[in-house]
Ligand binder design. Structure first.
Ligand SMILES: NC(=O)c1ccc[n+]([C@@H]2O[C@H](COP(=O)([O-])OP(=O)(O)OC[C@H]3O[C@@H](n4cnc5c(N)ncnc54)[C@H](OP(=O)(O)O)[C@@H]3O)[C@@H](O)[C@H]2O)c1
Length: 303
């Protein structure tokens, strides 16, 4: 039997590379859509797309098992009006490009798995956010609403769609954990701001397994792709200090975080906003976490 094909739009990044490796190990044919295709020797194919227009890449969707869309400019940049526009456009355009490809296919992919983020809920304090919680306010919520809105606007008939609202992904090869580890080792890993803001974290292995579950199981609709144990920033930093053997570090007040973020070409909001979301629908679907507890996740990733 020929291999089932999965197309990863924006699959060259942190989550995409983990998912590509996992799918390949599970005997899928993996094709990545990227703006800068490279020759690879690992059997994964990279094809050019611009993330905006249908092009020759459309052919690879014909008869595919799944298309997974991870494309979007990285959120870790100053949230200036110009950058906010690019953050939104890169997400909405990629959804619309895939949508425009579908009517050209005799046999569209069986499932479309679309990334979104728990930023959808805005700065929600200690409110528990499940998939039925309405959108919050603020620019991250606005971006996610437009992003998800583009998927909801895809005309019927369309493939089975699964939308994963992803939390703060912990991994060795991307995301914020390597940076947080570095500053923690320099005795600068204190609580950030009030320290009371929640972090909805998830281990890269588990978020990768959720994407595979979205492809292979009959999931449909919106799912929070977060671990079952969101913690406050103070608790997160305490546990991170513990794995790096740094018993204490001075807290970083919000104004210092704002200055530091500017110097690092980043955005303080990402560290100061609070999101306490739960993976209710995935747990209801029987998803079992490899890393439900923060301590074990950090011990695995910070050896
Ligand atoms: N990692 C997290 O903690 C997290 C949390 C919540 C949500 N998410 C979302 O999940 C998705 C994947 O996350 P990730 O951590 O793997 O992100 P990533 O490492 O930044 O990768 C995203 C990919 O999007 C592509 N891209 C960037 N700008 C683009 C543009 N203007 N047009 C088209 N494609 C563009 C890039 O591919 P090329 O440069 O090769 O084209 C890049 O490899 C993203 O949409 C992200 O917002 C991630």
């Amino acid at each position: 039997m020929s291999q089932k094909r999965v197309i990863l739009a924006g699959g060259s990044g942190f989550i995409g590379q983990s998912l590509a490796r996992t799918l390949q190990q599970q005997d899928y044919e993996v094709v990545i859509l990227t703006r800068m295709p490279r020759e690879r020797r690992d059997g994964i194919r990279e094809l050019a797309w611009d993330g905006v227009h249908p092009g020759p890449w459309v052919d690879t969707l014909e008869g595919a098992e799944a298309v997974v869309n991870l494309a979007g400019q990285n959120i870790n940049c100053p949230h200036t009006p110009a950058n906010l526009q690019k953050l939104t456009a890169s997400r909405v355009n990629s959804v619309q490009a895939i949508a425009a490809a579908l009517p050209r296919l005799a046999q569209p992919p069986r499932v479309w798995v679309q990334a979104s983020a728990v930023g959808f809920y805005g700065d929600a304090g200690d409110q528990l956010c499940t998939e039925t919680t309405p959108a919050g306010t603020g620019h991250l919520a606005d971006i996610c609403r437009d992003w998800e809105g583009a998927l909801h606007a895809v005309p019927l008939p369309r493939p089975r769609t699964v939308l994963l609202r992803i939390g703060f992904v912990l991994g060795r090869e991307g995301g914020a954990l390597p940076v947080l580890s570095k500053i923690t080792k320099l005795f600068l890993g204190g609580a950030v701001g009030s320290g009371r803001q929640y972090i909805s974290w998830i281990h890269i292995t588990d978020v990768t397994r959720m994407f595979v579950a979205a492809i292979e199981q009959e999931l449909s609709g919106i799912y929070n792709a977060v671990g079952p144990e969101p913690v406050t920033n103070a608790e997160f930093m305490r546990q991170l200090r513990r794995v790096w053997h740094r018993p204490w570090s001075p807290p970083a007040p919000a104004f210092a975080v704002r200055i530091g973020s500017r110097l690092m070409n980043s955005e303080a909001t990402l560290a100061l906003m609070s999101c306490r979301s739960l993976p209710r629908r995935l747990e209801d679907a029987g998803f079992i976490f490899n890393y439900p507890r923060l301590e074990a996740a950090l011990r695995d990733l910070c050896p």
